[in-house]
Design a protein around this ligand. Structure first.
Ligand code: NAD
Ligand code: USQ
Length: 398
């Protein structure tokens, strides 16, 4: 298959590109390198030292990997270049990772809110419009989020893979059954853009028959896959800062440097998780199992385990001897929630999940401890607040 990977220089996109090349696909990465520029603005670096994109691609070829090509392009603002590339290359599939993906960054200021909406919504829409204008039959695999469902109380109900069966009452008292998109309840401006993406997919699939798979992914943890571990220049990024670091990787890094684990509130928030190795495998499975022509948008829940944040902190503390610190929550989110998720689609396609018990210690020792001297402790606290009152509470707690 010829596959474009939009956002292929990022945390999920890089190991995914390498994995697809390793499985014989012809991969072209499209990325505007905005993630690296945001690191410069935030004055922070990946905990792991990462090579620039050219070095990454050369290293991959040097060790005998199937060549990966690269085009530096902003898919949100360079519509004509994107369209020309699609027409010229005629890809079979396009994997779309190219969005601003941090919830705290999206809540930092009105400038970052607007940037996140402009970048994510325009990027997704440009991609869909370009596919239609090209007249080609291209399968889009998009990385969405479990957060589109929201983290309120689902009253013990299982979250289905995208669609919910509802009974619609009729004027004559009868009822008919219909499947609708599960109601959206985003918890940040970033998560809101993912719910808007869902409507764009629904529309372009209905109107133009665009083949789309939307992967509602949980929080990704871990760093490398087998392939990115083959050469230091292929090393994947590891974000630990208060904006881009995700909770489990942050806890692992904090434990490695004896920094008390930063639990927000009581730690009663339950979230879905997946290891980077499984994330990469899921994208491959989704590409190899495209929807039929005329089929509605396929939605998979791309997660393997659910855990309460506080329980995760205790698990990491037990493993490493770290302390746990309960902090004022900068986010406007439920203090506690349940989360039961249907993830049968990937399990039925053959995914064999990497569990926390398999991988936690390796990650602490091989990555977090190994690179701990690169950590800038000043960048650990989460200071992006959801509301003015929360910003005040954080300032007062210092
Ligand atoms: P990332 O920020 O590391 O990577 C995103 C990449 O896209 C970056 O290399 C960036 O430069 C590029 N990009 C952004 N806007 C672009 C644009 N307009 N044009 C071209 N390139 C652009 O993020 P990630 O963690 O790899 O996440 C990738 C995708 O997966 C995101 O859409 C995110 O919402 C989704 N996701 C991530 C996680 C997670 O835990 N990391 C969990 C669920 C879903
Ligand atoms: N949290 C802490 N302490 C921390 C950091 C976070 O308690 O130091 C808590 C947060 O308050 C939140 C939970 O941990 O309740 C998850 O936060 P996170 O930053 O790990 O994850 P989130 O903001 O939800 O975003 C991440 C990715 C995003 C992806 C999403 C999947 O950055 O791209 O879409 O995970 S999901 O959460 O399933 O929506």
């Amino acid at each position: 298959m010829k596959v474009f990977v939009l956002g292929g220089d990022g945390f999920c996109g890089w190991p995914c590109s390498v994995n697809l090349a390793e499985h014989g696909h012809d991969v072209l990465i499209v990325d505007n390198l905005s993630r690296r520029k945001i690191d410069i603005d935030l004055e922070v670096e990946s905990l792991t030292p990462i090579a620039n994109i050219r070095e990454r691609l050369e290293a991959w070829q040097e060790i005998g990997g199937n060549p990966i090509r690269f085009s530096q392009m902003d898919i949100a603002s360079e519509y004509q270049r994107l369209l020309d590339l699609i027409i010229e290359e005629q890809p079979d599939a396009i994997v779309h990772f190219a969005e601003q993906r941090a919830a705290p960054y999206s809540m930092k200021s009105s400038a970052t809110k607007r940037y996140t909406v402009d970048n994510n919504v325009n990027g997704t829409h440009n991609l869909l419009a370009a596919i239609v204008e090209s007249g080609l039959d291209v399968h889009v695999v998009h990385l969405g989020t479990m957060g589109v469902y929201g983290y309120g109380s689902h009253r013990g109900a299982t979250i289905p893979e995208g669609y919910l069966k509802v009974e619609v009452p009729q004027p004559d008292g009868s009822r008919f059954e219909e499947e609708i998109l599960h109601p959206a309840s985003p918890g940040s401006v970033y998560h809101m853009t993912k719910t808007l993406d869902q409507l764009l997919f629904l529309y372009y699939n209905k109107n133009d028959n665009v083949k789309i798979t939307d992967l509602h992914q949980g929080i990704v943890w871990g760093t490398n896959t087998e392939a990115t571990g083959k050469d230091p220049r292929l090393t994947n990024r590891f974000d630990y800062d208060g904006d881009y670091g995700t909770v489990l990787n942050r806890f692992l890094m904090q434990a490695a440097i004896n920094y008390p684990l930063t639990v927000h509130g009581t730690g009663g928030q339950t979230r879905a998780f997946i290891h980077i190795r499984d994330s990469v495998k899921c994208v491959q499975l989704a590409l190899e199992n495209p929807p039929e022509s005329g089929e509605r948008v396929k939605i998979f829940n791309q997660m393997t385990e659910s855990h309460q944040v506080g329980e995760l902190a205790k698990k990491v503390a037990k493993l490493t001897g770290a302390e746990v610190n309960y902090l004022p929550n900068p986010r406007n989110e439920a203090v506690e929630n349940d989360l039961i998720v249907d993830n049968r689609c990937f399990i039925e396609l053959g995914l064999k999940p990497t569990t926390l018990d398999d991988g936690l210690l390796t990650e602490v020792v091989e990555v977090a401890r190994r690179w701990s001297d690169r950590c800038d402790k000043k960048r650990i606290p989460c200071i992006s607040a959801w509301t003015a009152n929360q910003a005040k509470a954080i300032k007062q707690s210092k």
